[in-house]
Design a protein around this ligand. Structure first.
Ligand code: ADP
Length: 396
């Protein structure tokens, strides 16, 4: 059975096509600048590339082009020959604790949750609706970024704010990157050859967005993102935790509107706000040339991580493993080294040579003295979406 995984953004559509027997990736790609000038389709398949610039006014057309192009390239007989489509959906609120087959009720619930993810959920829905119009017979599955964290206890997910904020406006911590934390925690158990239920781990998803998760026996008990992805760690362009009083202060004295404050905290803060660039590779390169702002950005990034890992170790009561994933987690040896050096209090001992190893394979980076296993595990969110879709569609 072939499963198409879609990540539908406001002006882009990322896809990955799987043959589920043997779980092979047949093709992957990106349709970008939908509804804008210079829209284009990029497809990688079987060692080949196909790139075409073509006007794409909306998501329906984007999907239509994909449905025409995949058979033309000999990758798929026809769009209708798919077994189904799996979608990444950002916000499942309290309604979804696991992946679901999409029906009208599910769509309505994703729509109802739009205030919690005003940019993402409408874009995700556009992808779902485009598939329904093009191939109404295909089963579709939604896999939510928030679902894995629904296991958090009230003391972890409740903000200490008036109860009516939660009751009337659903203000609570939800967490994101759930599919990634779910995947790497399961891979960890496999790699450590231990039952998942016996492992207390902290998983660090460090990409352009970044979050930490405390995973106890395979369940998320705490995570660093909150109502929105803005809370928690320092990220590429997001501030992570700040004093909520700053909002009013900058509104009053900086003369910034609430929308402008929100924009700057999401898009002009984090590494970018401090160093002028959001790419960790560039920060590291500038640090080596003695750039003080880059050094400060790196140090703030690591300092925040130390605080979170320390706190989560205390919450877990015992720490068996620390997992690094996401672009920075998987590839930045300097970030992992700086963090692990500051965590010796937890019994963490890095193997410096293993830490420098490059490549896309999961590998351990602890030395024999370490009380905590340290692992680099490449994440595979699309793979999880494909598998979960296959599982649910197979049940039909
Ligand atoms: P996204 O969250 O957009 O999916 P990624 O998971 O791809 O992002 O992570 C992007 C981040 O990973 C960027 O900050 C980038 O600089 C960083 N990164 C990628 N490769 C390296 C590397 N070799 N060394 C340091 N940082 C890296």
């Amino acid at each position: 059975m072939k499963i198409l995984v879609l990540n539908s953004g406001s002006s882009s559509l990322k896809f990955k096509l799987y043959e589920m027997s043997g779980k092979r990736v047949l093709a992957q790609g990106l349709i970008e600048r939908i509804g804008e000038e210079g829209s284009a389709v990029h497809i990688n398949y079987d060692g080949h590339h196909s790139d075409q610039e073509i006007p794409i006014p909306d998501h329906d057309r984007a999907l239509g082009i994909l449905a025409e192009t995949l058979p033309k390239l000999g990758i798929l007989e026809s769009f209708h020959a798919l077994g189904g489509v799996g979608h990444r959906v950002v916000h499942g609120g309290e309604a979804f604790t696991e992946p679901v087959l999409i029906d009208e009720k599910v769509r309505e619930t994703i729509r109802r949750l739009i205030p919690l993810a005003p940019l993402h959920n409408p874009a995700n829905l556009r992808g779902i609706e485009a598939v329904s119009r093009l191939a109404p017979e295909l089963p579709q599955v939604a896999v939510f970024d928030t679902a894995f964290h629904q296991s958090m206890a009230p003391e972890a997910y409740c903000y200490a704010v008036p109860e009516s904020w939660y009751r009337e406006y659903h203000v609570r911590r939800y967490g994101f990157h759930g599919t990634s934390h779910y995947y790497v925690s399961r891979q960890l158990a496999r790699l450590m050859e231990m039952p998942l239920k016996n492992i207390n781990a902290i998983t660090l998803h460090l990409g352009n967005g970044a979050s930490a998760c405390a995973v106890q026996g395979g369940r998320s008990i705490e995570t660093s993102m909150g109502l929105t992805p803005l809370e928690g760690l320092v990220m590429g362009t997001r501030s992570g935790d700040i004093d909520p009083g700053i909002h009013l202060y900058m509104n009053k004295y900086g003369k910034l509107s609430p929308e402008e404050i929100d924009r700057q905290l999401n898009h002009e803060s984090g590494l970018l706000g401090i160093a002028g660039v959001n790419d960790m590779r560039e920060i590291q390169a500038r640090m080596e040339q003695g750039d003080e702002r880059a050094k400060l950005a790196f140090e703030i990034f690591v300092h925040r991580l130390v605080k979170y890992v320390g706190a989560y170790a205390a919450l877990l009561g015992r720490l068996d493993a620390l997992v690094f994933t996401g672009g920075i987690g998987e590839h930045s040896a300097p970030v992992r080294r700086a963090l692990c050096e500051r965590l010796e209090i937890l019994g963490i001992r890095l193997d410096p040579e293993a830490n420098e190893r490059t490549g896309d394979e999961a590998h351990a980076i602890h030395d024999t003295q370490s009380r905590v296993a340290l692992w680099v595990i490449p994440t595979d969110e699309e793979g999880v979406i494909a598998e979960e879709s296959y599982r649910l569609i197979g049940k039909e």
